[in-house]
Design a protein around this ligand. Structure first.
Ligand code: ATP
Ligand code: MG
Length: 630
């Protein structure tokens, strides 16, 4: 048995011993009495009796030993700011923010909603909540009032921390009026709103008695000395809503001790970053990757973390790599969608800078197709690791765990179940699939530390949403299709509601997309099933090409469409051949970069696009409509 196989086996078969060892990676004020309490399945309580604090582990313990080491770098290519904070400075800023929150009446267990752009103060606010035991609920900055209002009413925050505006591609996106509107719509508006005024949106309206100014209060608390509140391991640390790709977002509730241990272990075994090193995650604090791998994970590991406000292509497509060189980034984390953007631009940008500090690039969030995986690994000449997980789990479910064993990377697969996850692929009758047989990715509970403990305020919904796939056994459903090959590598084939039924054959949209992507001219594609009287459903593709010259005339378009269909025929057979391949310049995605197939499908079937609260660029839907009409 390989080293990793042994490590994995132990994590499942000697679960408590395994996690007891991992728990030594963090500081405890009181050590846990029981490693896992699973007496009320599917609810799992980790490190029961233990007391700890996320902010202590992320900030204080490093500030005590290495006060002058870099902890946080804030870079904005939008406002041209660049500022570094040492661990000592970060601790001071967090204590100031914590003192401000306390002065506004926030205490242990109170919710604080954070509606902020990617600026350093957002990190201070998040860590300040952790410090005083308040529960943060970060909502992606710039979300529409309606979406914000629902999240306010779900979490009932005492305080909202916000800012006048975010910046995107050179334009200020004012937040304050969206926030005011949301507070009007909400049934449970906050008592106080703490405003960080960036001076980007002059003259935002101030609500008397409610809105307070951060800079003013900070000046009063310059010497704040706020100790960490020692939290029960099982006490909630935060609420975070899922991306909403498939419908109404779910409020994931995270614990304290289990999350800290899971992240510390993942930094060691998966991301392989440690003290004195630097991590750059290109995500946003509004998403789970931002929570786990911009803020908590790297800081808990004692790394410096980079917070970047800006796009991957401004001022030019070399910007990320320029930052890697400048800050000697060791570990980088991004999303396939960003790599596809780079793939569309000139690859010389990837070779302009000294990237020798970089050990690994991690990609997650959506399927990493084989051609893109191969391309980026070839360009960077370093391991590019696809990892599969969910907001719910907080850290990877499938990945190679190269910190334990240097296993081979296979293109197009996030590889193996990560230690702690008793992952299996299930048939729809609840039995386990054979190798190479497609099924639903499920996890046998207890879910490992770090995963959601419940849905905020709704234990019943937690059980009925995630654990009701089969009557027996009780299994956590990922709502994704997967397959395991002969060598144990796992492939994610798409979401369970993204299946096309063509004349009785069930095809994953992902499989067809991967086939279309096999054509060298295609940069990106979405495939949806469109209802057809005869066949049940038929696949229809919407493709973005790398070079617009390929679709400059109707003749060229028709020729390319025919070529693409041929590629699909060759890869999957005529049954999977898209009825049409439409060409567009962009595809509708959530702000976290996930394809909104349900909206595309709705339009293709002549229906309304549905709930669009999380869409990034609504104009992409107009293109889909135009393509369908023309
Ligand atoms: P909602 O649950 O509200 O519909 P969502 O599922 O898009 O939203 P997230 O938790 O952000 O919200 O996304 C997790 C999903 O993203 C996974 O279930 C999977 O479908 C997809 N995903 C994430 N990483 C990968 C990966 N490496 N390969 C394939 N799919 C991935
Ligand atoms: Mg989901």
């Amino acid at each position: 048995m390989g080293k990793y196989a042994e490590f994995y086996k132990r994590s499942i078969e000697q679960r408590d011993d395994f996690w007891a060892e991992q728990s030594a990676l963090i500081d405890w004020q009181t050590p846990p009495q029981k490693i896992c309490d699973f007496s009320k399945p599917p609810f799992a309580n980790w490190f029961v009796g233990g007391k700890t604090n996320l902010c202590h582990n992320a900030v204080d313990r490093h500030a005590a030993k290495r006060p002058n080491d870099r902890a946080l770098v804030y870079i904005s290519t939008e406002t041209n700011e660049e500022k570094s904070y040492t661990f000592a400075e970060l601790k001071s800023e967090v204590m100031r923010a914590a003192a401000i929150m306390k002065s506004l009446g926030v205490g242990r267990g109170d919710r604080v909603l954070i509606y902020m752009p990617m600026i350093a103060e957002a990190t201070f606010a998040i860590l300040a909540c952790a410090r005083i035991g308040a529960i943060h609920s970060v909502v992606f900055g710039g979300f529409a009032s309606g979406s914000l209002a629902t999240r306010i009413d779900d979490a009932k925050p005492k305080l909202i921390v916000s800012s006048d505006a975010g910046m995107r591609a050179g334009r200020a996106v004012p937040y304050k009026h969206l926030l005011d509107e949301a507070c009007k719509l909400a049934q449970f508006p906050p008592e106080k709103v703490l405003m960080i005024d960036r001076g980007l949106d002059k003259g935002w309206p101030k609500v008397a008695g409610r809105d307070v100014d951060y800079a003013e209060l900070r000046a009063k608390h310059m010497n704040a000395d706020v100790p960490c509140e020692w939290m029960e391991s099982t006490e909630p640390s935060y609420i975070l809503y899922t991306s909403g790709t498939t419908g109404k977002p779910k409020g994931v509730q995270r614990d304290t001790g289990g999350y800290a241990v899971a992240l510390a272990a993942s930094m060691k075994h998966i991301f392989q970053g440690g003290e004195g090193e630097t991590m750059f995650s290109t995500s946003d604090i509004g998403w789970v990757v931002g929570h786990s791998y911009i803020i908590y994970g790297p800081l808990i590991a004692g790394m410096a973390t980079i917070m970047y406000e800006g796009t991957p292509i401004r001022p030019d497509p070399g910007i990320w790599w320029q930052l890697v060189e400048k800050y000697k980034v060791n570990v980088m984390f991004s999303a396939p969608t960003a790599v596809r953007v780079l793939k569309k631009s000139d690859n010389s940008w990837l070779h302009k800078y000294d990237l020798s500090s970089l050990k690994h690039l991690f990609l997650a969030g959506e399927p990493l197709d084989q051609p893109t995986h191969e391309w980026i690994m070839g360009e960077l000449k370093l391991p590019v690791i696809d990892n599969y997980w969910q907001t719910e789990t907080g850290w990877p479910i499938l990945s190679t765990v190269r910190g334990v064993e240097d296993t081979k990377i296979k293109f197009g697969t996030p590889s193996f179940p990560v230690y702690g996850y008793d992952l299996r692929i299930f048939r729809e009758d609840g039995t386990v699939c054979d190798a190479n047989e497609k099924g639903i990715v499920g996890i046998v509970p207890p879910l490992p530390p770090g995963c959601l403990s419940t849905i905020w305020g709704d234990d019943d919904r937690f059980v009925s949403t995630y654990f009701s796939l089969f009557k027996e056994p009780q299994v956590y459903s990922s709502f994704d299709w997967g397959i395991k090959d002969d060598e144990g590598y796992h492939f994610i084939l798409g979401r369970t509601d993204d299946v096309i039924n063509v004349a009785g054959h069930r095809l994953g949209t992902r499989e067809i997309e991967e086939a279309v992507q096999g054509h060298a001219a295609v940069a990106e594609v979405a495939v949806v099933g469109v209802s057809d009287q005869l066949k049940g459903q038929e696949p229809v593709a919407f493709a973005v090409v790398k070079d617009p010259a390929r679709i400059a005339t109707p003749e060229l378009r028709a020729a390319l469409e025919a070529e693409i269909k041929k590629v699909v025929d060759g890869n999957l057979g005529a049954i999977a051949r898209p009825k049409r391949v439409h060409f567009v310049t962009g595809l509708p995605k959530t702000r976290s970069g996930k394809m909104l197939r349900r909206s595309i499908q709705a339009l293709a079937e002549g229906r309304d696009a549905g709930d669009l609260t999380t869409i990034d660029d609504p104009s992409t839907l107009e293109q889909i409509k135009a393509a369908l009409a023309g």
